[in-house]
Write a protein that binds this ligand. Structure first.
Ligand SMILES: *Cc1c(COP(=O)(O)O)cnc(C)c1O
Length: 422
């Protein structure tokens, strides 16, 4: 049996290790629920991107909404990555991690003037603009700041990423990007605006994409546009192909990043665009299988229709199952020899949607600890305080070393900004 996240996540005897750290030991030391990340797994996920782009003018911008812990950002910054951000808050994290704002691309459909101002002052590489209205506002803000905003238009290539509807972003009915048909006019408008300079073009068609087809279709559509735009005398430099590469949660077989990049670069070269700098914005594929969520079994609750395994992690800690009906593997930190029983693994939150896994065969007792696998992406970063539950602590392991990289939130933290009525 190979676990998602292997070889960094593996049983040694009956005990589950992440790199050279016993997860049960870490859970004992730091309490549960606890997120644990492997730095080696993150760097190993980055390596095929770097290999794919070797010898080419490129920038890998880690899409930090997948996992925005400062230690994670530091890891990717030190490895040479830039960042894809979607809010002013994420920009502050980039700065707090000591990373270079000059390698930041700023995406998102609803940037505020204050966010634009701050990003201009910090000197971000590029604004990925998502509407004509945003172009007008960004130009005004840039002029007022005495700066030039380098922009790329996020175009909507209208291709189906064949993924979950909530994480598909490149179809006509999605809120993201500028429609293919409107892109040329938008670039013309950008050229007229005093605060803007067109730098490139970008698209991002969705997430958890497991075949190369949608990427190649989107690339062709984007290159068609680049050619149409340049035929009018405007020039563009870079191509930003977005993120979205999937990972293996159970039996998915996404292409390796270097293979995917190889096909994309081949198409780019074949169509005569080989001179362009290429950006990508991977999120999930860099961190998803580098993290686990550890939780303790509170109660076993056998029933007529279902058996429930009630654990101390809940939908506020890990929203993906409740929100996307996502499957995430669940395995014990210490394997038992007893015969497994089928359980729904559920949390303490007062919602029937509060489950982490359904119909899982587990040999467990109250007090045992479990790992929810593939929890490095869109897990802690989507955590909430629902039911007045503090967010989990986070630990980064490197070999035998384990460092707390975020303290557990205390209950006092949760209502420190609230006021009783006078
Ligand atoms: C979320 C997002 C990404 C990253 O997507 P993944 O599926 O995590 O790789 C990249 N670019 C933009 C604009 C995004 O919103």
């Amino acid at each position: 049996m190979t676990l998602p996240g292997s070889p960094f996540l593996a049983y040694r005897g009956k005990e589950l290790f992440l790199e050279d750290c016993s997860l049960d030991e870490l859970a004992g030391r730091h309490g549960t629920p606890l997120y644990v990340y492997s730095q080696a797994a993150m760097l190993a996920a980055l390596a095929p991107y770097q290999r794919g782009f070797a010898g080419r003018d490129h920038l890998i911008c880690y899409a930090m909404k997948a996992n925005a812990n400062l230690a994670v950002l530091q890891t990717f910054a030190r490895a040479g990555c830039g960042f894809d951000i979607v809010s002013g808050g994420e920009l502050e994290r980039v700065l707090a991690a000591g990373a270079d704002p000059g390698k930041v691309v700023f995406s998102g459909v609803g940037k505020t003037r204050a966010e634009m101002r701050r990003a201009l002052d910090a000197g971000v590489l590029c604004f990925n603009v998502e509407s004509e209205a945003e172009l007008e506002v960004l130009s005004q803000v840039a002029v007022a700041e005495g700066r030039t905003a380098h922009i790329s238009l996020r175009v909507n290539p209208d291709v189906d990423a064949n993924t979950h509807p909530y994480i598909s972003t490149g179809l006509k009915g999605n809120k993201f990007g500028i429609a293919h048909d409107g892109a040329l006019a938008a670039y013309r408008r950008a050229a007229e605006l005093p605060g803007l300079a067109a730098a490139g073009i970008d698209c991002h068609i969705g997430s958890q994409i497991t075949t190369p087809g949608p990427y190649l279709d989107a690339l062709d559509r984007v290159l068609d546009l680049v050619e149409a735009i340049e035929a009018t005398g405007l020039t563009l430099q870079h191509l930003d192909l977005g993120g979205g590469l999937g990972i293996r949660y159970t039996d998915e077989q996404p292409p390796a990043a270097d293979v995917l990049i190889g096909s994309l670069l081949q198409r780019i070269d074949a169509r005569g665009h080989g001179h362009r700098k290429v950006l990508m914005e991977p999120g999930r594929s860099l961190v998803g299988n580098a993290g686990v969520l550890l939780t303790e079994v509170l109660y076993l609750k056998p029933g007529e229709a279902k058996n429930f395994c009630v654990v101390d992690a809940a939908m506020n800690d890990l929203m993906r199952p409740a929100m996307y009906q996502a499957y995430m593997r669940i395995d014990p930190l210490r394997q038992r020899d007893e015969t497994p029983v089928t359980y729904d693994v559920v949390g303490p939150v007062c919602e029937s949607g509060d489950w982490l896994g359904r119909d899982r065969a587990l040999a467990v007792q109250a007090g045992d600890r479990l790992a929810v696998l593939s929890a490095g992406a869109y897990s802690m970063s989507m955590a909430s305080n629902y039911n007045t539950r503090g967010r989990a602590a986070e630990v980064m392991v490197r070999g035998t070393e384990a460092q707390l990289v975020r303290e557990r939130e205390s209950v006092a933290d949760l209502f420190k900004g609230e006021r009783l009525l006078a």
